[in-house]
Design a protein around this ligand. Structure first.
Ligand code: ARG
Length: 480
């Protein structure tokens, strides 16, 4: 048991209490952020004359050596420490002695952990953003290739009107694009540095919070020290946005599963992305899509868990907040894995165009167009709707489709049908004439593809975000 406190205690911590309280089993993930935050803190302390230049050099040198040794496997993060902060500080003091004891001047673990978690989460926001961008690129590639791949569009999972694969994928492009916009929003709102908030009420040392914030690429410091250590809004917001990403992935997965089913046979998933059955030799299952759909639950779970943890907490820090990490880390890993694998699986899909087109042709998907045809001949839409309804009923009884009827049969139901009806209600015409902005017609689709292409050409995922290496102050950070 190794902890940073104990002066006011007369007994050792109970073993079980220590284990229950400890967070090193999971906050060890924050090792790099903890080092980075401590280096920035110490550079700022020296600049303010709170530490000497020598002390700063000794501490930053010690932190760098700990970082290197852990990275290169020479130093293990031992679980006998209460948390990652205790581990780093204890190792520092072990290595450099007296100056190491000054690192925590003007800081609390409350602002320290708030900083570490923000640094970590900020990086994940960027990663998710770029994974979303890759997924959008894949979706766009398929759109470009399948402007004329016809398929049925559904409402209530009943065939409704014909559309194209490009149009269907275009819907997902919009969803994941909005997901990226949410990443950018969250990034900007969370990009404030809590360091310097202390335990809750700031410190008596003359800290330069702006300077420390700048060293770590934050837009600036947070405004209220109590809020700084008590706030997990940014994490809740991010988990909500990740839940939305998963909801979109899950709907997409569900469609792939349907399309891959024996009944639809619209797509075939590559063998490398499918699994077999231990008993039924013929099976080839879409497990990846099913798992993505299934894992959506755990990301929603993380959101609900943290919302619930936070709801009754008085200001400022409470240990309850330590519970943010495991669920958040699990959600981060889940979303990254799902985005990556789902994208790769999409890349393997083989579309069975003839089956898709054949499916689009039956099920009366051209009924609306047949009604619109009569409107073109001067029949009011409501009457045309009734006429086509009767026509559909006639076809169902005969076991045929509207376009397979003879002109005489059509004219028996309405004299307004002429020979040009067959062209007007062909699959191609039904799609191509849907030129409303946002529709599946070729010209409308070309515009959508152009718009999407221009969007993906835009620089950088988060506007104004610089790579870690080119950030002002980053060199100072590395060098100490
Ligand atoms: N492990 C703690 C957490 O994750 C670090 C902060 C500890 N602060 C404290 N006052 N005990 O929240």
């Amino acid at each position: 048991m190794a902890q940073l406190w104990g002066g006011r205690f007369t007994k050792e911590t109970d073993q079980k209490v220590f284990a229950f309280n400890a967070s090193i089993g999971f906050d060890r993930r924050l090792f790099e952020q903890d080092i980075q935050g401590s280096i920035a803190h110490v550079i700022m302390l020296a600049r303010q004359g709170i530490l000497t230049g020598e002390e700063k050099d000794s501490i930053t040198g010690g932190l760098e050596s700990i970082r290197r040794d852990v990275e290169e496997g020479r130093l293990a993060i031992e679980e006998s420490y209460e948390d990652i902060h205790s581990f780093v500080e204890a190792k520092l003091i072990e290595r450099i002695g007296e100056p190491g004891k000054k690192m925590h001047t003007g800081r609390s673990r409350n602002d320290q952990v708030a900083l570490d978690m923000r640094l970590y989460t900020r990086q994940v926001v960027l990663e998710v953003d770029s994974l979303l961008k890759e997924l959008l690129q894949r979706i766009l590639d398929t759109m470009e290739e399948h402007i004329e791949t016809y398929m049925p569009g559904f409402t209530h999972l009943q065939k409704a009107q014909p559309t194209t694969l490009a149009h269907h994928y275009g819907a997902y492009f919009e969803m994941f694009r909005r997901d990226r916009e949410r990443m950018a929003d969250i990034y900007h709102r969370m990009n404030a540095c809590p360091l310097g908030a202390g335990a809750l009420a700031g410190t008596t040392y003359p800290l330069d919070r702006e300077y420390a914030a700048g060293l770590m690429g934050f837009a600036g410091p947070t405004h209220n020290s109590m809020d700084s250590v008590a706030d997990r809004d940014y994490l809740i917001e991010f988990l909500a946005a990740l839940s939305m990403v998963m909801m979109h992935l899950s709907r997409f997965s569900e469609e792939i599963i349907l399309w891959n089913s024996n009944e639809y046979q619209f797509v075939e998933i590559d063998d490398a992305f499918s699994t077999g059955s231990s008993i039924m030799p013929q099976k080839k299952n879409p497990d990846i899509a099913e798992l993505v759909r299934g894992k959506t639950g755990r990301v929603y779970g993380a959101l609900m868990a943290l919302l619930t943890t936070m709801k009754g907490l008085p200001l400022a820090y409470n240990k309850d907040m330590q519970e943010d990490k495991e669920v958040a880390f699990d959600a981060f890993d889940t979303v990254r894995d799902c985005l990556e694998l789902f994208g790769e699986m999409l890349g393997t899909l083989k579309f069975r165009k003839e089956r898709m087109a054949a499916s689009a042709m039956n099920g009366f998907t051209n009924a609306t167009d047949a009604a619109d045809y009569l409107v073109g001949k001067g029949v009011p839409f409501r009457d045309a709707h009734g006429i086509i309804g009767r026509l559909v009923l006639y076809c169902i009884e005969k076991g045929t489709s509207i376009d397979a009827l003879s002109l005489e049969e059509l004219q028996e139901i309405s004299p307004d049908f002429q020979a040009d009806v067959y062209d007007a209600i062909s699959l191609r015409a039904c799609v191509e004439r849907r030129l409303t902005l946002g529709g599946p017609g070729i010209l409308a689709m070309r515009e959508a593809i152009e718009r999407n292409r221009a969007y993906l050409m835009q620089e950088g995922c988060i506007p104004g975000q610089q790579a870690r290496e080119d950030r002002p102050g980053a060199q100072g950070l590395e060098a100490g």
